[in-house]
Design a protein around this ligand. Structure first.
Ligand code: FAD
Length: 540
């Protein structure tokens, strides 16, 4: 009979413990959790602030008593592991101010990641919070209850920052969101994340990008831009760093941001010590590079896989691709795999598409914007990002599955989806990505991107707007572009100077693709502006 000690009793730790128990009825499993709760729903925390998740109790997903009774887990909450002695295979932990020891046969670390708190002059002059667990949430809720704040500032516009902004606003509190990068959701590409910024602004959030807090006085934040924000308290959400002091102290191999280096069996550099979850460095399955992916799904999977490995099953750590989604009021922003920011220009193709989530003639259809990136040589899908009101999660989940299955862009043409008008379209936007990808690979269409526009203009390319006059006047147009409505192109194409290289655009890229085909047949050198004006307009 073995003794398995787990440090950290939430996503990775509890997934491990439960699975290990199902496979090993007799071993002793002891889970140490320094906080008061195990198995709580970290991901649900922001939604309790607005009352969207009404009951705090519902955030406690599985109760300690149940884990003890049903799974025979020895769960020790309020017990912080403070040191490891790998030679003697013992840990020391603190509980009720006292120090105890516990020996182990195998030690599993799932200590997660902790919020990064920057040094800012005057940070001690304002109430400030971070959000990682239920006690953190309780502190924020108490501050709101006792002080009735009118205005809260959030530093950092990543997933948690955006969720906090929305939920505070929904509670009736004014919110300023301050972000160092030029974009909110800086993990996404800028032409996608700009829509998240717009959604925040449209919903009354004051967004300060390209900015930092340089100094704080009571109730006032001084920004790098020279602006002052009057605020009642501050929440810091600028990212997380692996919580790995325990392993650092025993000289385990650590990598980027102090993340734990593990092998294909989740084993650390120290025998009998394993690690999973936000604390570990994973291989990105697409780029094969080391990365940190602090997300719940990988943490849960890794916990389960480690239980399988320690039970002798043939499973291994394959790495992750990183798939995420965030709700920003009535919009969703989702991403899988790599972004353009992470890739080397010239090695990949990009496709931007705009289509409805379901048949346009069935009531309630809304737009989905989808960006797919694929490798120029292998045609394998490298990543995708999408936003819209409905159906964004489904499309990104399909593409993340395609990436995991190593499908190519043209394989997307072959995928068969459920279809009836209330649900999708006979040619779903994911199929369309396959069609466009095939066109690009075969040279049937040649595209340029929104960020090429200025350069191409300078090189003398002529831009041709093939939308209707009403669209051109209503939405705006690329400066200097010639206007010929697609429906007049057959009659008027001879007005186009023969010696010019052309870029055609419309609103989404579909009509301009038709124009591209026509003009190429008429002997012009012509390119389609991928994503067309709907992409260019927002970001330029
Ligand atoms: P955790 O679940 O954080 O568990 C680690 C536990 O270890 C902690 O409870 C900690 O107290 C304990 N611990 C640390 N050191 C010790 C010690 N020395 N002794 C004893 N115990 C210790 N991910 C998503 O995919 N989607 C989301 O929508 C999402 N939303 C999130 C919202 C918030 C507010 C937060 C904070 C996270 C969110 N995440 C989300 C991330 C997700 O929760 C994590 O990726 C996941 O919980 C990581 O699991 P883990 O086991 O590695 O760490």
């Amino acid at each position: 009979k073995k003794t398995i000690v787990v440090v950290g009793g939430v996503a990775g730790g509890m997934s491990f413990a439960n699975r290990y128990r199902r496979l090993n009825i007799d071993d002793e499993i002891i889970v140490f959790e320094k906080g008061p709760f195990v198995s709580f729903a970290n991901c649900g925390l922001p939604y309790h602030i607005s009352g969207e998740i009404k009951s705090r109790q519902s955030l406690l997903v599985v109760k300690e008593e149940l884990l003890q009774k049903r799974f025979n887990l020895n769960v020790r909450s309020n017990s912080e592991v403070i040191s490891i002695n790998p030679e003697q295979k013992k840990i020391q932990y603190r509980s009720n101010q006292e120090i105890f020891e516990q020996s182990y046969d195998e030690l599993v670390i799932s200590t997660g990641a902790k919020p990064i708190v920057p040094t800012i002059e005057g940070l001690d002059r304002i109430p400030f919070f971070t959000l990682r667990n239920i006690p953190d949430l309780d502190k924020i809720m108490l501050q709101i209850k006792n002080h009735h704040p009118k205005h809260v500032s959030i530093l950092g516009a990543g997933f948690i920052g955006l969720e906090l902004a929305e939920n505070l606003k929904m509670r009736g509190i004014e919110v300023a969101l301050i972000e160092k990068s030029s974009d909110v959701l800086p993990v996404l590409d800028p032409e996608v994340s700009i829509h998240a910024k717009n959604a925040l602004i449209q919903n009354g959030i004051d967004v300060y990008t390209n900015n930092e807090i340089v100094k704080i006085d009571p109730n006032t934040l001084y920004l790098k831009s020279g602006q002052e924000v009057k605020t009642d308290f501050l929440i810091i959400s600028i990212g997380v760093a692996p919580d790995t002091t325990l392993l650092k102290n025993i000289g385990a191999n650590l990598g980027m941001k102090g993340g734990i280096i593990v092998d294909h069996n989740y084993q650390t550099s120290i025998p009998h010590i394993y690690a999973v979850g936000d604390a570990i460095i994973v291989k990105n399955q697409i780029s094969n590079q080391d990365t940190l992916i602090p997300l719940a799904s990988p943490a849960n999977r890794q916990g389960r896989q480690l239980a399988d490995i320690l039970s002798g099953l043939n499973v291994y750590n394959k790495g992750s691709i990183g798939t995420s989604i965030v709700k920003v009021f009535d919009m969703s922003f989702a991403s899988t795999g790599l972004t353009e920011k992470q890739l080397t220009k010239g090695t990949y193709h990009v496709i931007h598409l705009l289509a409805n989530d379901h048949a346009s003639y069935y009531p309630g259809a809304t737009s989905i914007h989808l960006k797919v990136i694929f490798d120029k040589m292998s045609h394998q899908i490298l990543g995708a990002q999408a936003f819209g009101q409905k159906g964004v999660d489904k499309r990104i989940d399909i593409i993340s599955t395609a990436i995991k299955a190593k499908l190519t862009i043209t394989d997307l043409q072959e995928l068969e989806f459920t279809y009836a008008p209330p649900y999708s379209s006979a040619k779903d936007i994911v199929n369309l990505a396959g069609y466009v990808g095939q066109n690009i690979i075969l040279g049937i269409s040649q595209s340029v991107q929104w960020y090429d526009v200025e350069m191409l203009k300078n090189e003398g390319y002529l831009f041709i707007d093939v939308r209707s006059f009403i669209e051109r006047e209503g939405f705006g147009y690329i400066e200097g572009s010639m206007h010929i409505d697609i429906d007049e192109l057959y009659l008027r194409y001879q007005e186009i100077p023969k010696d010019k290289k052309l870029v055609v655009y419309c609103q989404s890229g579909t009509r301009s693709y038709n124009a591209e085909r026509f003009l190429r047949a008429k002997g012009f050198e012509v390119y389609n502006l991928d994503g067309s004006y709907s992409v260019y307009d927002q970001i330029s």
